[in-house]
Design a protein around this ligand. Sequence first.
Ligand code: FES
Ligand SMILES: [Fe+2]
Length: 445
Amino acid sequence: MALSSTQTDHLRRVDAIGDPPARPTLVPAERYHSPAFAQLEVERMWPRVWQVACTVDHVAEPGDYFEYRCGPYSVLIVHGDDGVLRAFQNACRHRGNALCTGAGSSLRELKCGYHGWTWDLAGALKRIPNRKGFGTVHMSEFPLAPVQVDTWERLVFVNLDTSAMPLADYLEAVPTDIAWCGLGDFRCYATMTIAVDANWKTIADGYSETYHVQTLHPELHRCMDDVYAPQMIWGHTGKSESLYGVPSPRLSGALSDEEVWDAYVYTQGPLMGVAEGTPFPRDQQGAGQSVADVIAAQIKQFAAGRGVDIDWATTDQVMRLHQYNVFPNMTFLASADHLTVMTSLPGPDPDRGELVMTLMTRMPAQAPRTRPADVHMSAADAHPGVVMSQDIAVLTGLQRGMHQPGFTHLVLSSEERRIINMHRNLERYLDLPEAERISEAAAGG
Ligand code: FES
Ligand SMILES: [Fe+2]
């Protein structure tokens, strides 16, 4: 089978391991289950980092609001009647009641449901019932506490720290790196929140390496290159790239075009609108075309059926998945016709968390606004596709293993360097003493 130019270019790239380190990196397991460590995250990390809270589609019109919760924190995002997006700590200035829960529209003011203190959508206090009982009180003394809010493409981010660096700086090289893809054309159609028995980092780690593909995802391994999957780290952010529609080089030569196609259809058929069991359309394979070329053509045709033109994209732009990680808890997967954002959130204790999948699809520019569906479910009820289900199924056992007395440290490879980088950022925010920072394993025998 001749290699297409996409494949030969690709083979020249560096692999996921890069330069091997002298020794593995050790991360204390207790970071994943200790209540004291989780509490430190709540005090020092979560209130200081940019977090993706929702999409522009959730708060598209004046009067729309969305409550974002992360651990004990609740942030209210409000689309003002002046068109400005604002965010506030979701607490009434009288006795602290939450002003809103969930999401909704047609908000004209923010009225506390307990005693009726009322703010306008810009956070200015307007009304205090029975005001004279408080003595002298000025409305300007009690505005809602502001939270930083900003958007990048159609994602809405918040940061409780009003003096934190701007979002654009926080995202580092990410926006420039993915600019070719036009992510602003993707709209959110649903968010799926899945409750899992795992720490938020256990969840996030699964989206920070491709090392597990050969074992956990045997079907995916037959249709993606997990070897020449170069990684980049910028600071708060990092990325990895992997080409799909090709067999893993570990299996190279062992799989026919039909087998690669079947594996792609089984794991990702909906991306090209093809049902399971659809045979490889050999008649559509031109001379010198690879399976990836045929799949890319199907994806373009499927997009055209929705009124979306991605004819500008090369096979590589359609078939190479760009996975970005943004500290602490966000990853997004993008290619010319694909965008999924995943975040992991802390639960009520360090052994529980939530995986939030923000599902987006490229839409024609003139498409009318639709409100995203917001679905909550347990891990047992969630069926987000064969690969994601495998990722979720492993979490409970991972989390339980972390508690075993003999399991003191995670032992990490340079192939898992985005996990290592997350921990280096985390210990910086937590201001851990030197003795508690991660280290290379001592030279052993
Ligand atoms: S707690 Fe909100 S008005 Fe009293
Ligand atoms: Fe996975």
